[in-house]
Design a protein around this ligand. Sequence first.
Ligand code: FAD
Length: 491
Amino acid sequence: GASALIIGAGIAGIATAVRLAAAGHPVTVLEAQESFGGKMHQLTLPGGYRFDGGPSLFTLPHLVDELFRLAGRNPHDYFRYERLDPITHYFFADGACVTAWADEDKFAQEVETKLGTPAAEVRQFLAQSGKSYRATEGTFLHKSLHKAGTYLSPEVLKAVAALPQLGLLSTMHQHHARAFPKDPRLVQLFDRFATYNGSDPYQAPATLSLIPHLEHGIGAYYPEGGIYAIAESLVRLAEELGVQFRYNEPVEEILVTNGRVTGVRTAQSQYSAELVVSNMDVVPTYRKLLPTQPAPERTLGQPRSSSALIFYWGVGTEFPELGVHNIFFSQDYKQEFDAIFQQKTISPDPTVYVNITSKKTPTDAPAGHENWFVMVNVPHDQGQDWSALVDQTRAAVLAKVSRALGQEVGPLIRAEHVWDPPGIARRTSSFGGALYGSSSNNMLAAFLRHPNFARQLPGLYFCGGSVHPGGGIPLCLLSARIVADLVAQAN
Ligand code: FAD
């Protein structure tokens, strides 16, 4: 097959490498950092704490299994995971606590007991989320939306027919407030799913109410050894298939000859190839690697998704009331999202997410300790005073979790590392440190993401969280599948 160069060893770049190598292409991956993973990296802190650096919630695990199967391997020889139960522990500002059990009926019953909304209404809402998911996945997720063939397929017609129920015209928050008019805490619980692609529930279309189905219907999973094991096991597979990984080798230019992509130039060398796949964020791919080519300005100018501020804390005790995923909600959710998306700052009372992998992987912290990944949603970098915001937010987070847990957490912190939006941008080249490329804060967002190929430049493809179908592990894996399909059609 035609030779392929992949720019970046993020999860989508690795998955694309596996697919192209399995289809018989010689593949080289050029990675700027000293190792693979991109946002999905890992880190350790003094005292024996290991952390997953970026993603922590894993859904649609069959998309990973599929990569091993297409290479003729048994996934379980490389990568194992279990279904999480419970999924999440929710702590509301008024002191109420809700445990999200994996079983939908058990979760619905828990909501009735703790918050008062009848279980039947919760079950009905979750069933509708599943219906929306099934109506749209074939269209919005599995194919390139930008090829004429996709527009004419039966799946697209089915999805378009379902759109009135899917609520393209109302927001996610309006949809939830209508479903649960008497239960603002349950509305907040479901509104939070907008943050799974870095969006604002008060702006994002109600269509995104299909996201809860991923977690509650299909399931949340935990990979043995943590999320980093996904990248690690796929790199092992790629290497077995003959993929060459070159680290510390940033690509500086995509080479174009006679209107066709012919290779890349790195700091060290020049490579020619018939195919180039960029796993680098699409904005710097055009701005830095293709400075003389016309760029799709409208697509690149779409508002960015939110970013994150993360505190990685080694904590010197154990909290039995916490699980793998824990949410400490803000008092005023509207104010929190206005702070992020309108004022471009961090709310003084942010919702706090705490992920603790040592609950499942005890070697991630010393005995009797825990490894806390503490994350707050924040705007992407636009030159804010991050050091002041980090200090303000650390204090707000400590006050909030200490109040909810009835114990001062500050004095228990044995080690700390901080990752802020400029740091995310530096490490992964994501524009502004946005976690999920552009946001889905308007109904056309799905159509305005960059396609998985370059219209003007034959031979150039795109995968990863900044292009179609979107950010997050499952969608990044689907982008790799779409790229491999497009390459197969073109060659
Ligand atoms: P990236 O991970 O962005 O990697 C791109 C790679 O390209 C990097 O390794 C970079 O060094 C390399 N690169 C860039 N430019 C060049 C160049 N010029 N030359 C060579 N190499 C280059 N998703 C979920 O599903 N669940 C979650 O719970 C979740 N939580 C998250 C929490 C955080 C804090 C973050 C940061 C992300 C989270 N996400 C989550 C999103 C998920 O991590 C990303 O969507 C996904 O990992 C992005 O993968 P990617 O392949 O697009 O590339």
